[in-house]
Design a protein around this ligand. Sequence first.
Ligand SMILES: Nc1ncnc2c1ncn2[C@@H]1O[C@H](COP(=O)(O)OP(=O)(O)OP(=O)(O)O)[C@@H](O)[C@H]1O
Length: 245
Amino acid sequence: MNPIIRLENIHYRNKDRMILSVPQLSIEQGEILGIMGPNGAGKSTLLKTLSCLQAPSAGRIFYHHNALPTKNIPLEQRRKWAVVLQQTLIFDTTVFHNVAAGLKIRHVPRKEIKEKVEFWLEKFGIAHLAKKNAHQLSGGEAQRVNLARALILDPEVLYLDEPFSALDFPTKVKLLKDFKSIIKDTDMTTIFVSHDLTEVKFMTDRLAILMNGEIVQIGSTLDVVTNPNAYSAPFMNEMQLPIEE
Ligand SMILES: Nc1ncnc2c1ncn2[C@@H]1O[C@H](COP(=O)(O)OP(=O)(O)OP(=O)(O)O)[C@@H](O)[C@H]1O
């Protein structure tokens, strides 16, 4: 086992309320870990803790076996991961320049930026949109730009917080298929918060179920979905219920 990230005795409190309590969590290099749970279970808090966007009240985070400082994470460290949220963060410029943004900040030479942007636009099937203003894109196209902008930075870890939830079903299916093959090609460690069981079954190797800030079950996605334990079963059953008229 070679964890890229390990949480040890992580707690996040707000006033007297315990929002997250994770005694131990290891994430293996190259795995795609899903995080599911009811509204308010602490999924986004866990993602923000893992990606160091939010400091825990207590506990330690190890990255490649090195303990990270809980505050003021060095820039070169933060640049090793990328975060993609449900809301697309699109700048009022062309698709090309949106995807190039992170490389420009890193002062990558222009020729290399051009090559990389063209490569990633092609990968995400949006090369034909390169010159279009990104504010004129559909939701699915904008999310492709968002993902391309994250992946072009070649992060070691990719954090996704419901990036597909605003998309209609056919758009989502197409993007999920493209995205999964891209992720598998790159062997990027990916942490994926989602409300959609179909999406999680398709995308993830391992699944953690979070309830009231605690991981109540974690295991291979197939195992958790087919053999939920006593804590996660009510939630999993609701997820699989057909919606009746
Ligand atoms: N900074 C904060 N201050 C106060 N309460 C917070 C803070 N961050 C999160 N919470 C609370 O902690 C709980 C967990 O929130 P979080 O957003 O992590 O849940 P979630 O599982 O991602 O929810 P959802 O599925 O609705 O997005 C919620 O009750 C939320 O209101």
